[in-house]
Design a binder for this molecule. Structure first.
Ligand code: ADP
Ligand code: MG
Ligand code: MG
Length: 208
């Protein structure tokens, strides 16, 4: 995929994320403090604005994702503003100079992005955060670099959703959710669902 195609894919993804606000709000009302949906909506609404601005002309795919990350970080706020901003910024930095997104580049983006998120927030898989979806997606992407991005992305997106599903059984140790203890058992972590949704909507776009 070239820069223009990725720009269209991310515009579609941002629109779907904005529409997902009620679902994410409902989850954070159970597992957190109820503001995750509003934060994601605010963040991705500002991504829509950015991507519709003709003056926004990133030089390459890495630069594109870095700027998405910076925008998320400055517009969203909350734990997830820093976390999702860091994912796109660190992932973007590791692929600076790339003009074509393929499954290998995407695997690098996810894995290095995950490392950035870990350095920022210290969450490990099993801690009931977006890392449970991101780590599942990253590991899956590593095994699929022999496929085209078109073939790999549905599988990566599915792995992320399975990672999010698994957070149902986990007890949160980070953020507001940790105060709720085992009351969060049986419910998915909102950030993990957001992570899975982002990859799902990217995949929906390229298979439309
Ligand atoms: P806040 O917790 O500040 O209200 P949000 O509700 O927007 O922020 O986001 C909560 C989500 O952020 C959680 O569901 C979780 O997935 C993610 N999160 C929180 N802390 C961390 C962390 N240290 N590392 C990774 N993700 C985290
Ligand atoms: Mg919250
Ligand atoms: Mg909050």
């Amino acid at each position: 995929m070239n820069l223009l195609q990725i720009r269209k894919m991310m515009l579609f993804t941002a629109q779907r994320m904005v529409e997902s606000e009620p679902e994410l709000t409902a989850l954070d009302q159970i597992v957190g403090d109820g503001d995750h949906g509003i934060g994601m909506k605010r963040g991705f609404a500002s991504i829509i604005e950015l991507l519709q601005d003709e003056k926004f002309q990133p030089t390459d795919i890495g630069d594109f994702f870095i700027k998405i990350g910076t925008k998320l970080m400055t517009s969203m706020g909350g734990a997830s503003g820093a976390i999702f901003g860091t994912l796109f910024r660190t992932g973007g930095k590791s692929i600076v100079g790339t003009m074509e997104l393929n499954s290998e580049v995407f695997a690098k983006f996810l894995n290095d992005g995950w490392q950035g998120v870990y350095q920022r927030g210290n969450a490990e898989p099993g801690d009931k955060t977006m890392v449970d979806a991101l780590s599942a997606a990253s590991k899956s992407a590593n095994e699929l670099t022999h496929l085209t991005l078109n073939e790999a992305l549905p599988i990566i997106a599915k792995s992320a959703m399975e990672g999010a599903e698994k957070t149902k059984q986990m007890i949160a140790v980070f953020g507001r959710a940790k105060n709720l203890g085992d009351r969060t058992i049986g419910h998915m972590d909102p950030g993990a669902v957001s992570m899975a949704f982002i990859l799902k909507y990217m995949n929906d776009y390229i298979h439309m």
